[in-house]
Ligand binder design. Structure first.
Ligand SMILES: [Zn+2]
Ligand SMILES: [Zn+2]
Length: 259
């Protein structure tokens, strides 16, 4: 069991000490995790995580968690070429294992805030979010997977928050073609699934159909009880979509595990 999307107090939006997230991972029976603290130069207002300090603390803690493989990563918020270059400048000497490329800000508005949803239909809002991903991905040279394609579903004020392929076949296909062409993958992020059934089978099936070979799985935990949440269902979803591998990463290179 892997959890490849996790934050701790080095991220401006988490108060959980690193040690507590590692303890939660061990308690959840995870075999391998990757710390993916926020490094945003996308004008979201959060200072980037001090990755050097985090990794220094991590080295002092590793021995206390035998049996848990702990990789070092970051989640980079996308905006444009300038923000991508600033993030890489910040990260390039950190020798990270893994980088997630994510969209949080859409045209200057945080897709987690109510303002994002005002004045548009659900379909329009979801399409705006996906269109922004498609526009931003080519600006990123250094990343491994696209994070949470369904981030804007998390706070969405709708009865059925699920995102479906039929909502935006053009945008999904564009995103998948860009990822596959660049040798990158999709993440299955379980954090938008609250009390809902998991969603995305139609979406990941299409990713596979276009040639997608692997996913990573992550719960996007900011607090200990979220660590490893619904990862089993994420792996089942990947299998149901026919995706052959779940990947872990070392030094930005994928290691494939047959599903
Ligand atoms: Zn994120
Ligand atoms: Zn995250």
């Amino acid at each position: 069991m892997f959890d490849y999307h996790m934050h701790c107090a080095y991220s401006a939006d988490s108060h959980t000490p690193l040690q507590d997230q590692l303890a939660a991972a061990q308690a959840a029976g995870l075999r391998e995790i990757c710390l993916t603290d926020h490094v945003d130069f996308d004008d979201c207002g959060m200072p980037p995580a001090d990755i050097a300090a985090r990794d220094k603390e991590l080295e002092s803690l590793r021995a206390s968690f035998p049996g848990l493989t702990i990789r070092r990563g970051a989640e980079v918020g996308m905006r444009d070429e300038k923000s991508a270059a600033a993030a890489w400048e910040y990260l390039k000497d950190r020798d990270l294992d893994f980088i997630i490329a994510s969209v949080h800000m859409v045209d200057g508005i945080d897709a987690y805030y109510p303002e994002f949803f005002e004045g548009h239909t659900q379909a329009e809002n979801y399409r705006r979010y996906l269109a922004w991903i498609l526009q931003c991905l080519p600006t990123m040279g250094h990343y491994c997977v696209l994070g949470h394609y369904d981030f804007c579903c998390k706070p969405a004020p709708y009865e059925n928050r699920a995102m479906t392929y039929s909502l935006a076949p053009d945008l999904f296909d564009g995103i998948f073609r860009e990822l596959i062409h660049s040798g990158k993958g999709m993440e299955i992020n379980t954090s938008a699934w609250r009390d809902d059934p998991c969603w995305g089978l139609d979406i990941y099936s299409r990713y596979r159909e276009l040639g997608g070979e692997f996913v990573t799985v992550g719960a996007d935990a900011h607090r200990p009880f979220q660590v490893g949440r619904r990862i089993g269902e994420a792996l089942d979803l990947a299998r149901a979509a026919g995706i052959p591998y779940v990947a872990t990463f070392q030094a930005m290179q994928p290691i494939f595990h047959k599903l």
